[in-house]
Design a protein around this ligand. Sequence first.
Ligand code: 1HE
Length: 270
Amino acid sequence: MNLDFRPAGGALAELNLLQVSIADTIGHVRLNRPEKRNAVNDTLVLQLRSALELMPSAVKAIVLSGEGSHFCAGLDLSELSERSVAEGILHSRQWHAVMDSIQFGRVPVVVVLHGAVVGGGLEIASACHIRVAEASAYYGLPEGQRGIFVGGGGSARVPRLAGVATMTDMMLCGRVLDAAEGHQRGLSQYLVADGAGFAKACELAGRIAGNAPLSNFAVMQALPRIADLSQSDGLFVESLMAAIAQGDDAAKQRVRAFLEKRAGKVEKSQ
Ligand code: 1HE
């Protein structure tokens, strides 16, 4: 997919630890601190939230990636040393707010993973909706070795992807999963060759951007919440969401297009 990404202007251009560009309905946010392996300091985590919030309304899907040889080395450990307990809680809650702004934001985020996806880097990845891993990607939670615990939502999100046992192994034993193991355990939905991740992510973002906005909204907002409910409550919420989505004009037009043979069929991927 050949998209003409152009650097974003205005307030988005001022986010100095990110590179933000836009091509039509797709926004691209790149972590841009390669000299520190995209380690996430307080400024970077807040800029990430700002980038999502400031995206123009024409943007319907976002691709997130990392500059340099690694996606993200996790929390910037140089900022950790002098925090009190209370400051530690607030810091973690700030990460939670930013990760929620990814997961429950306005548009879906497709993340491209390469090299180290560790600690807070894995927490960011697990807050995104679609994970495309390149062969070089590897996953670790070195918090166990650093004497700390995950604080950016990892304990809630990583087990939902890969299971409590895998996360326990990663934290207690320092187990590092390569791209193939991570894929097998559910950390990525797509596994591609090195260098192919961005194009794949753009292709997927293009498809997502072409969906009816209310369908994307339902998938982002309702699906993870239904998964946390009892089956009975979840099914009731599903009925509400289904009725809201199908009542929308976009749904009516799309269903009519299919019935009038103007819309694509469901076909096997190549
Ligand atoms: C950093 C960080 C960092 C690199 N905080 N400065 N995360 C970790 O425990 C992972 C720590 N990082 C690493 O294991 C390695 O850096 C990598 C495997 C990611 C990359 O290795 P490499 O050889 O390519 O780079 P490097 O030489 O280790 O690092 C380059 C520079 O980035 C160097 O700084 P310099 O001034 O000496 O050039 C490193 O110090 C710096 N750097 N990673 C600070 N993480 C919300 S809670 C989440 C909790 C966590 O994420 S804990 C896990 C933290």
